[in-house]
Design a protein around this ligand. Structure first.
Ligand SMILES: C[S@@+](CC[C@H](N)C(=O)[O-])C[C@H]1O[C@@H](n2cnc3c(N)ncnc32)[C@H](O)[C@@H]1O
Length: 281
């Protein structure tokens, strides 16, 4: 048996062990991620034999918790993927604002799905506020920001960041949209009132949109650096959810490393290659 096949078998056995022995489902994650997480846990324990790690995991609930927690990655930053944010500012958000102004409905609705510590939602809020001010219209916007992790959401609601977190924030926005508080910067109340943070697990298949949004109908769904952690069947389920939650012709934005996933899915067409910006078909 090749090393690759051997590791595949070990991975399958660990997925089964986690379910049977520790009542923890890790089967939704991509094979590559499961392998990386197992290797990282083995390295942390100075263990180089899969069989021995398997035996340890079988009798150690604490290790099962550590393994499961290792699947979480909440890294985020303001204006991550600068190309995508530049296209959002130049083309997508102005287009959404213009369409709203021309219709009787002046509320722009945005969903930041997998928002981590809030940087993505606040990045969108600052840009949208800036653009609306420049158009002199009465358009209003609401951003529904969701994550499955409550600790990240609590921190996002506070909206407090350090100066090194703000290095990609566009010129002038720090002065306009943050208050300096000692060593930290707090997002202004003016921006915060547009963003509602709530807990929502994207694996929940009973509803397409976060309950806080009541009816979805989003003009833009932004889900970056989340899809690639999951198996193709789960990615498909999430993309179908976003498709249902979007308004007709609504926009979907993913991480730039996730374009292959959306390109091969039904229901979206690429709007602005090479940025990961799509429109509902
Ligand atoms: C790597 S961070 C990306 C944050 C942000 N979107 C960005 O691109 O900077 C991934 C976030 O997605 C969240 N996430 C992963 N799976 C999720 C799920 N099934 N439901 C809701 N949130 C999820 C994680 O908790 C984490 O906060």
């Amino acid at each position: 048996m090749s090393l690759h096949n051997n590791f595949k078998k070990v991975t399958e056995n660990i997925v089964l062990l986690m379910a049977d022995k520790h009542q923890t489902d890790i089967s939704m994650y991509s094979d590559g991620l499961i392998q990386n997480v197992i290797e990282n846990r083995m390295a942390a324990l100075c263990e180089d034999q899969h069989e021995k790690y398997f035996q340890l995991l079988a009798v150690t609930p604490e290790e099962a918790i550590k393994l499961n927690n290792s699947f979480s990655n909440s890294y985020s930053s303001f204006y991550r993927n600068p190309l995508t944010f530049s296209f959002l500012y130049q083309y997508v958000l102005p287009r959404i604002i213009a369409d709203k102004v021309n219709s009787n409905n002046n509320e722009i609705r945005i969903w930041s799905a997998g928002c981590a510590y809030g940087q993505e939602a606040y990045s969108l809020a600052m840009m949208t506020d800036d653009l609306i001010k420049n158009t002199n219209t009465n358009a209003w916007f609401s951003i529904f920001a969701t994550d499955k992790l409550n600790a990240e959401l609590e921190s996002a609601r506070c909206g407090i960041y350090y100066s090194e977190d703000l290095k990609n924030v566009p010129h002038g926005y720090v002065e306009t949209y943050f208050h300096k508080k000692g060593e930290t910067y707090a997002v202004s109340d003016h921006i915060k009132k547009h963003v509602e943070f709530s807990e929502f697990d994207l694996l929940n298949n009973t509803t397409s949109a976060p309950p806080t949004s009541i009816f979805g109908d989003f003009d833009l769904v932004m889900c970056c650096n989340v899809l690639f952690y999951y198996k193709p069947a789960i990615q498909k389920m999430m993309l179908e959810k976003f498709n249902r939650a979007l308004t007709e012709n609504g926009f979907l934005v993913t991480g730039e490393a996730e374009t292959g996933i959306v390109n091969s899915a039904a229901g979206f067409r690429n709007y602005m290659s090479p940025a990961a910006i799509y429109r509902k078909r």
